[in-house]
Design a protein around this ligand. Structure first.
Ligand SMILES: [Fe+2]
Length: 282
């Protein structure tokens, strides 16, 4: 039945990348990492997959941070994070400030977000839940700082290999991923060395990008039947290497696809505890 309303049907399209599921950054100290990610940011330690002192998985809505114990890695750019309540976040960050004084931890509040630096220099922009991102808790995007003149080629890479919708400006590109997520690439002057951090994506068509990447010698790991990795983004029209960031590419047959991630209601506390409100549903 015609309603007279015109909808942008393409706005609801999802490309071959169904989701960006985790950001992997190594940390040298699990106790400090837990203080920052759980007590400071209000996120949840994965209660089911536990690596002891060698790694910790932190749930943020339907996404995760993976934090293996090693020399710290730092994302070149920043990570977007949506939290249910910005005021509550500021309060929690204040509460861990003292114990993180000897680290790079800092935070500043702006009108719409709080900029946070983790104890080892990773930058996060934390937004309150609302219309801006289609989530109440989670990682809506990662923004990478890339060399001058690479944004167009990077957009072409995701368009050609993963059929992604991209938005391009003169010096940046945004790659639409799954439901309300994106990968962002912003050109900058600094030369930033790559230290091996990675992101994990789920794709519905697993073999077509693999064929291209394999043909161009870009596969860095054939992990198992459900996963492979690549690191270098090239311009498909010239073959020029543009930017390095490892992608852990998982198929929808991966055993962890669609895994339910436990999230707690970070505003619960001993002093004003409310029965039945322990969990949070992003
Ligand atoms: Fe990973």
């Amino acid at each position: 039945m015609a309603t007279g309303k015109i909808y942008d049907r393409a706005a609801e399209d999802v490309s071959n990348i169904i989701a960006m599921e985790h950001v992997n950054i190594t940390v040298p100290d699990q106790a400090i990492a837990t203080l920052f990610y759980v007590n400071g940011l209000g996120l949840t330690r994965d209660p089911y997959i536990d690596f002891g002192p060698s790694n910790v998985w932190i749930n943020a809505g339907k996404q995760q941070f993976h934090l293996p114990t090693k020399k710290p890695q730092v994302i070149r750019g920043h990570i977007g994070l949506v939290v249910p309540d910005l005021k509550a976040l500021a309060k929690r960050l204040h509460s861990v400030e003292k114990r993180l004084t000897d680290t790079r931890f800092s935070f500043t509040s702006a009108k719409e977000f709080i900029s946070v630096t983790c104890p080892w220099g990773n930058k996060l922009k934390c937004y309150g839940s609302g219309k801006r991102f289609n989530m109440r808790l989670g990682i809506p995007y990662v923004e990478f700082l890339v060399p001058r003149g690479t944004a167009r080629g990077i957009a072409r890479f995701y368009e050609d290999l993963f059929s992604c919708r991209t938005t391009l400006t003169k010096t940046s590109c945004q790659i639409a991923v799954g439901r309300g997520q994106s990968l962002r690439f912003k050109e900058n002057e600094q030369k930033l060395d790559y230290d091996g951090h990675h992101i994990a994506i789920y794709v519905s068509n697993f073999s077509t990008p693999h064929q291209y990447l394999d043909h161009h010698g870009l596969i860095t790991e054939e992990s198992d039947a459900h996963q492979y990795r690549f690191q270098t983004i090239i311009d498909p029209s010239t073959g020029q290497e543009l930017f390095d960031v490892e992608h852990e590419v998982r198929s929808l047959h991966h055993p962890m696809y669609g895994r339910f991630l436990v999230n707690r209601n970070a505003s619960q506390s001993f002093v004003d505890y409310q029965q039945g409100l322990d969990s949070f549903h992003p």
